[in-house]
Design a protein around this ligand. Sequence first.
Ligand code: PMP
Length: 429
Amino acid sequence: MVQTQSEIAALLDYDRRHVWHPYTSPTHPLPVYPVAAAHGVYVRLMDGRELIDGMASWWCVIHGYNHPRLNAALREQADKMAHVMFGGLTHDPAIKRARSLINSTPHKLQKVFFCDSGSVAVEVAMKMALQYQTALSRGRAKHFLTIRGGYHGDTLGAMSVCDPVTGMHQLFSGALPIQFFARRPGALDKGWREDDIADFQAQLEAHHHEIAAVIMEPVVQGAGGMYFYAPEFLRRVRVLCDKYGILLILDEIATGFGRTGRMFACEHAGIAPDIMCLGKAVTGGYMSFAATLTTERVGEVIGRREGVFMHGPTFMANPLACAVANASLELLAEMDIGVDVGRISEGLRRGLEPCRELPAVAEVRALGAIGVVEMKTPVDVAVIQQVFVERGVWIRPFGRLIYIMPPYIITNTELDFLTRQMVEVIKNL
Ligand code: PMP
């Protein structure tokens, strides 16, 4: 049902006065667009306009909105039980979910900790690493090493390993644990240079006694700059972590489940982490859910001398989330990720190519189902967003980055429309 202009205005007025939205001022928030429904690759606004979604709702709606198989899985599970506590109880959706995650991630990862969101999955990973090192009597190993330009979430521990300049360190300075930051490697299209690992190696050599784990986003840094780097860097990091007995945490929250053209981005490097964080697309974008996977070895060390792992969220392994996540993984298993995501990659490359010639554009890049146009100067989000909406697409830029990562079900025609709108809007900047 399309709502009247005055009904919509009243809702927006209440929203503006009382409801906080992500990364915006509580007193002068950026404008928001009211959504009535969403289906397939389309988001329908309350005034009846339909927008092609270029964001997959921040990476997660990989199969499109309102998917009949995901809806059915949710309904079926809701009729059995929506939730039970996970302390002292277990259930089929969680066991199925654990088995399918273990079977689809690198073989080494055999233990699953279910949690609520990406940031919590990162906190859990960091706590696992700290408890592991404590159990090995590496008492000084209380810090983390990462590369600049990363993003791992908004909770305090996760924020501490986000990029110290583009992240939120300044705002929360003094309140965050101190971590080590190495120079990030050169961009993927520049190829591998030996020098790319030098700073990382030097930091590890100098501080390895103080480091519990290395944490990184594999191949693609998302919210820290939509930056792609060579998989060779990960191979070198793996060797160095093994040399110093330091755990490697890979944050696949954005990159996991096919987004980069492989099921998991670490597959580009042919390496496996000791701890892997998953989130976002895990439920096909239906609800907040995440998982932290680790090895038998990490589990065994933490469990020595009757040690327990100290984390246990209220909604751990929520059955609804597990059931919809299982259905989402089944849909993924029916895809040929290389071919299906490859098709989108090709469409992004072709469609965004004209941006290379535009004076305001610094760089254009695509990997898997991620297309990025980096501008020379920051864009005005509110203004550009309105123009995109008027053109029938949903794209939300940040800083100098105008980027898209659409649901995998997008057709070639829809993708062509999406990229054409991007080119046309950027032409006028
Ligand atoms: N890690 C990465 C790589 C992410 O992209 C995000 C979300 N943008 C997070 C962690 C945090 O996830 P969440 O927003 O679900 O807490």
